[in-house]
Design a protein around this ligand. Sequence first.
Ligand code: ADP
Length: 664
Amino acid sequence: MDNQNNKNNPNNNRQGWGIILITTLLVAFMVMGFYSLMRGSGPEEISYDKFLNMVDDKKVAEVSLSSNRIYITLTDEARKEEVQDNSSAPNMINQFWSQTGSGESSPDYYTAYVSDDTLVERLYESGAEFKGEVPDTMGQMFFELFVTLILPVGLMAILLSYFIRKMSKGGGVMSIGKSNAKMYMEKETGVTFQDVAGEDEAKESLQEVVDFLHNPGRYSGIGAKLPKGALLVGPPGTGKTLLAKAVAGEAKVPFFSLSGSAFVEMYVGVGASRVRDLFKQAQQQAPCIVFIDEIDAIGKTRDTVMGGNDEREQTLNQLLAEMDGFDTNKGLLILAATNRPEILDPALLRPGRFDRRIIVDKPDLKGRIDILKVHAKDVRMDESVDLEAIALATSGAVGSDLANMINEAAINAVKHGRQVVSQKDLFEAVEVVLVGKEKKDRIMSKEERRIVSYHEVGHALVTALQKNTEPVQKITIVPRTMGALGYVMQTPEEEKFLNTKKELEAMIVVALGGRAAEELVFDTVTTGAANDIEQATKIARSMITQYGMSERFGLMGLESIQNRYLDGRAVLNCGDATAGEIDEEVMKMLKSAYAEAKRLLGENRETLDKIADFLIEKETITGKEFMKIFREVKGLPDPEEDTLERVEEREGRIAMKPVKGAAQ
Ligand code: ADP
């Protein structure tokens, strides 16, 4: 499946090192053994005067004179004598060979050549045979050179080349220019369009691409140019990678994937060579899909204003060149994903390169239901589970959040010793993913609990008192791991795509309701409202600068959104003087909203106290309990249509949008 299976396998590396170690040891032993054999089997050295004595005693049968040595062969008698005298006979191996061998005896001793004029005369007298040797210096030299230099160096070279090959396969230092550093290849992804839920438009656009991969000939036959690449654009976690895999799965072609950042290295030119290598490999495997995730890492606009990045630009140029160069008729398709399309170089987006832009946005209600269904398929659920309610409560969540929630719910069920997942598990999972786990070990002082309680009830009460806001579903003062000391959950009755001016104004009042309650009851304020203030300011500012909802500026567009798929930060498009005026306007709007929140709570102080007391006691109260006290204090009748079914339905629909309370 993964052609890089052996690339980072530590076992392989260990094996490689083992082989190298064993071979080195073997070579060392061989060389040493050879030397010792050579030494042990040769004649023994004696002193020159001992040699002369032997000659005089007529013990020498034969003498061979070489350029720097004199080799001595003893007579048979002398040899026997030697054996008797000295149990460690000089050259037993040699004698053995000389007796069993060709019959020609090898020398027993040797001595260094000494310039001695009397030697020849002495040898004559003793009757020993003697001969001079034409020195074979070349042969010997070559032999010595072979043993001491060529053999070890040759072996080392073989070892080294083996080692380098191993390293380059393993993606180590030697493979700098190879794209296989972080590239994965799947022969079959096993993912189909059925596994991707809720992205119908994207799937529709990609269906065409699948058809082309299936049957490139049909398109090229009538002269149609085939697409080279498609860019998947959308926020993180919406299923871009999944879609790319599904295209490969549907077309039944191999899937190469790597991240844009894998190209960029500190060495200039490496990225470019990786791009070349990638295209070479992909073309060999065509038809196939190459998926480059986070393409913005290399595809950023090549501007030099901020000082260009040579390496990245070279890599991008290479990518552009390769995209122009390859032959689409083979069925090679490049898919890339990004969540920052606005920073991509225009050259990358022109026709003939990534000319198709496929938006993979956050799923709507139906999309979320479908995604939940896809992931719930393999999880055992009981009949209480209503995925629609979960989808309604999770507006703004992306596919990966929803997949995560289902998994959390399953883990939760196991933790409680159950075999199936219930609706309660799912809701708990929603809360865990959105606001973190309950932080039961955080002990708040009595006073703090009172403040948090009033703060949260302040939000909830303002919500209930304003007609234009969503009904409250749950209020809690159990701290969460993501920082909230308490929060209020609201239920949207249906998914909304538009907000009226009135609704937005009401939202600001709700956001400031917590701080208003604090001031009203304790006559002081705390740090807990930081989050609310941020949220309220953001809404007010957007109303003025983006939605044309202020009288002062009318329909003037004063801000534009950057990084729409990430944090959606707004950038001012106006002069400094206007910016100052905007700030004044925002301030005015917030002040009047705060005054409104204080007025609402002041007029309903009794309700505020009652519900806050109840919350301090219970820690978590439901929307139903809240409304009961609310109606009691206000003397309102219980709505007779509050049937069990309705309550259940309402209970189920807890909104994910927590009106953050005393956070931090
Ligand atoms: P992206 O590449 O957009 O950041 P991924 O494709 O990596 O997101 O998605 C992460 C995971 O989230 C997927 O493996 C899948 O389990 C889940 N997921 C995301 N979107 C969907 C979807 N539309 N349908 C089903 N599962 C999804």
